[in-house]
Design a protein. Sequence first.
Length: 408
Amino acid sequence: MQQKYDVIIVGAGPAGIICAYLLNNKGLRIAIIEKASFPKDKTCGDALSLDVLNQLKIINPILAQEFELITEKIPSYGIKIVSPAGHVIEMPIYSDDNQKKCGYVCKRIVFDQFLYEQLKNNSEVDFYFDTTVEDVNCTFKSATVQTSKGTFDAQIVIGADGAHSIVKKKMIDKTIEKNHYSAGLRQYFKNVAHFNSENFIELYFFKEILPGYLWVFPLPNNEANVGIGILSSTISKKHLNLKKIFQQLINEHPLLKDRFKDAIPMENIKGYGLPLGSKKNKISGNRFLLLGDAASLIDPFSGEGIGNAIRSGRIAADVIISAFSKNNFSASFLHAYDKEIYRKMWPEFFISRKMQKLSCYARAFDFIGRKVEKSNYLKTFMQDTLTNVHKKKILIGPKFLFHLFLKK
Ligand SMILES: Cc1cc2nc3c(=O)[nH]c(=O)nc-3n(C[C@H](O)[C@H](O)[C@H](O)COP(=O)(O)OP(=O)(O)OC[C@H]3O[C@@H](n4cnc5c(N)ncnc54)[C@H](O)[C@@H]3O)c2cc1C
């Protein structure tokens, strides 16, 4: 017998869980279909920016309070950026009203479990774990999802199934545009030496891996998340072996080798894709929406995607509620979702794409690094841009360029 639901959400990552959280107890029959089971890992840098924390607060202040109670996370009060020639920019995080702020580094196995538990309590959502979606068919009249454990019917299907989304493959296309996609590797270590006392996350823009970077993020219990991400078109063009470069850099680079001398890998190197938001895509159609990585909403410069995955879950929930109230699941009605996503996210993606392109030029990067290292104005300005999208726009404006090029 086929199972019937109002909403079927494919994938229980941050995007899918938050969407379900906001649709819960609204009189809709909701199912989440997830191929893994909790607790589940996701290959990620595990950095939770201020944006993620703000999103949780907006969704429900209790979510943010409960998150603060998690002990398996480390507060990080800033970012250390190292330019190709080794110029170091250290930027503490401050809020608009000059309060010292922190993001967190929290393993995804912990963070995703936290989100799932917040949804599970008082939830009317049905969970299907260890169940893989194999086919999806959404038309003007119906939506059907074929899984490893049977067929499901729904009014609307939500593709929150990450970078390798089956919903995107079946309902839009299978193409990966390598110019708008990065490949990433992650390895957990113990005993990486010499973290900054305020647990700054560290991004190394080595010239071998531009546009991209190697990261070293501190974790509780003397552990670290270490990884590398590079634009896929560059990997193909230069025939790069990512794993080899990663190991060479941590074992041989003068800035890292001493820090990794006594470091112990805790797992084999893991890889995964990062679909970037550097291009606008079609992310909805008759009876379906794509969320988070399935919709390619990762910041093209920083590689952050958790905040936007959550934001897309919020926007999708609003559109879904409105679709049920109007009983309209047509592509033209659901296009409001695409519009709202890009209204909120495109300004930042646009600037990040420019920064990603600029970062290809090692010399330009070093020039900026050298200037920022010496100028308090530029340093403060760069700090501000971390938390303020509007200030990022000034990055390519005249005041910034004046300080960059003309001030000694
Ligand atoms: C190496 C790397 C480092 C990163 N570092 C950071 C970082 O430090 N900070 C940051 O903000 N972002 C980072 N990101 C991006 C971040 O991981 C993603 O943007 C985020 O996980 C997107 O959330 P999501 O809910 O859209 O997808 P996911 O978290 O990928 O969740 C998708 C879910 O769908 C399930 N699924 C997939 N296919 C099926 C199927 N066929 N049937 C059923 N279920 C299915 C999966 O099991 C998974 O649970 C990184 C990404 C990579 C690859």
